[in-house]
Ligand binder design. Structure first.
Ligand code: KIV
Ligand code: ZN
Length: 525
């Protein structure tokens, strides 16, 4: 029997990949990457995109504003703010352009956070809640309030705090398990207790926000929904502070596949889940583990003979959902060196890249032709790697023009590296311990960026075979900031150079930020 889709059993998906996800070390994205990710999230069907923390830095402010400007009225754009008038005004300055805008304000309510982080008395926290929520509600009728570390808050004080927020005009009440401490039935009990104790809470949307420190963030979120929550805060690939947040793809598929036990529905188009996951992996340089549910490389692989035999007889023997339902397609041998622009564009549309800009398209097409000259079979995976790579180059300060390896003698390599800096090509000749070392030195010389530390250099093959494209991830850090860059090419050295330059571009555009979880909420509340 199919489930009746009503307003009562509709669960909103609040995606915080661009805020909670992006604030964890190494996951920072540049302006263009955030816009690309936001478009993907909108296409995926999320209800609310938390686009950032506008007061954190000028860059955060500008990306929240740009995301608000590009959004349609099918999605609300949210910005995070501490309990301060200054934070809220700054967030509103960025959010006001969105057809649907939400202010999300928070303050800590647990004894340990109030005493050590905020250094505020409970009465002062209640006053800050009243003032901040009232101020937000004077700007918009869509106000979300969160008690940070809510699940370790004294139950009586949590009830008082939420009652204050509801009275002051909050329309969504989020219940963060900030440190990922609760287990599923406990989180569900807490939601039930709040629904029974807070006057007017039944008129608000209750939201879950579960961190994954004990690996139960998805279970807790689903428990919360069973108890009455109708919004889940989650991220693509489960990225986020420490062990991350509840993973959007897992939450969405649990609700879709198990409608018998979880009679709720979302607006997510599950066939776009893989695409969103791969886009994020490509942008951040962090791959998911092969056994990751839904989007890991092995999520639908059947290795043992008994399983393969069962699958051949009937796929339902070992599959509770089809790979196609989450976006996996059979690996296709796609285009060859004779394919033209129209066929390439068609393929991109099939792969979910209908909105790729003209410059990125032209760049990707030239690189596709080059790849087809060097690789017998160009697959969907090859095209995804190449297009994501081309998109990441657009509007960058530094771009790779050329590499020439002169010699490698007893491990010492001599190379020419040509990089354009703001459109002006410069070539240097450098030596290093091996070609990669020489190339990275050359890039540092041309860009003048010398002080970053190389934390990670990793090479993956996009497909099997010795002619496979290499996908390289480089992670750099400098003065407490960590960024990742990726590059793909059939030549590992070109892929390495692209990845290094991608990371440098990000490092250059990243700024110091105010951190949402490090004190300061009390100021100007
Ligand atoms: O984990 C948390 O408490 C948060 C809040 C700001 C919602 O991310
Ligand atoms: Zn969080």
């Amino acid at each position: 029997m199919s489930m009746q889709k009503t307003d009562e059993n509709r669960v909103k998906i609040f995606d915080t990949t661009l805020r909670d996800g992006e604030q964890s070390p190494g996951f920072s994205m540049n302006h263009e990457e955030k816009l690309r990710m936001a478009s993907m999230l909108e296409e995926l069907g999320v209800d609310i995109i938390e686009a950032g923390f506008p007061i954190a830095s000028q860059g955060d402010f500008e990306s929240v504003r740009a995301i608000a400007k590009q959004a349609s009225d099918t999605v609300a754009i949210a910005g995070l703010c501490r309990a301060s008038t200054k934070d809220i005004d700054r967030a509103w300055e960025a959010l006001q352009y969105a057809p649907k805008a939400r202010i999300h304000t928070f303050i800590s309510t647990s004894p340990v956070h109030m005493k050590y982080k905020l250094r505020m008395e409970p009465e002062a926290v209640l006053e800050a809640i009243h003032n901040s929520v009232s101020h937000a509600a004077s700007l918009t009728n869509d106000v979300e309030w969160s008690p940070e570390d809510g699940t370790r808050t004294e139950p009586d004080f949590l009830v008082k705090s939420i009652t204050t927020a509801v009275k002051a005009g909050a329309t969504t009440i989020n219940v963060p398990d900030t440190v990922g401490y609760l287990v599923a039935d406990e989180y569900a009990e807490l939601i039930r207790m709040l629904l029974n104790s807070v006057p007017g809470l039944d008129k608000c949307t209750i939201s879950t926000h579960c961190h994954n420190d004990l690996g139960v963030a998805v279970a807790n979120s689903l428990g919360g929904v069973s108890a009455g929550a109708r919004q889940i805060e989650c991220t693509i690939n489960g990225i986020g502070e420490r062990a991350g947040n509840a993973s959007l793809e897992e939450v969405a598929m649990a609700l879709q596949v198990r409608g018998d036990r979880l009679p709720y529905w979302t607006n997510i188009d599950s066939t776009k889940l893989l695409r969103a996951s791969q886009m994020l992996q490509s942008i951040t340089g962090f791959s998911v583990q092969p056994n990751k549910a839904i989007v890991g490389a092995n999520a639908f692989a059947h290795e043992s003979g008994i399983h393969q035999d069962g699958m051949l007889k009937n796929a339902q023997t070992y599959e509770i959902m089809t790979p196609e339902s989450v976006g996996w397609t059979k690996t296709n041998l796609v285009l060859g060196k004779h394919s033209g622009r129209a066929a390439f564009r068609d393929k991109l549309v099939q792969l979910g890249y209908e909105d790729i800009g003209e410059n990125a398209f032209q760049d990707a097409f030239v690189r596709f032709k080059d790849l087809a000259d060097h690789k017998k079979e160009v697959t969907d995976e090859d095209i995804v790697a190449l297009v994501d790579d081309s998109a990441s180059d657009q509007a960058a300060s530094f771009t790779l023009d050329d590499l020439k390896i002169h010699s490698i003698v007893h491990g010492v390599a001599r190379v020419d590296v040509t990089v354009s800096v703001e459109g002006k090509a410069q070539t240097v000749t450098t030596e290093g311990n091996g070609a990669v070392d020489a190339i990275f030195k050359g890039i540092k010389d041309v860009t003048g960026l010398q002080d970053q530390k190389l934390d990670l250099y990793q090479v993956h093959a996009v497909t099997g075979g010795t002619d496979a494209q290499a996908k390289v991830t480089v992670r750099l850090s400098q003065e407490g900031r960590t960024v990742s860059g990726t590059g793909a090419d059939y030549d590992t050295l070109f892929a390495s150079a692209r990845a290094y330059i991608h990371a440098l571009n990000k490092l250059q555009s990243s700024e110091r930020r105010v951190h949402a979880h490090r004190g300061g909420e009390g100021e100007a509340a």
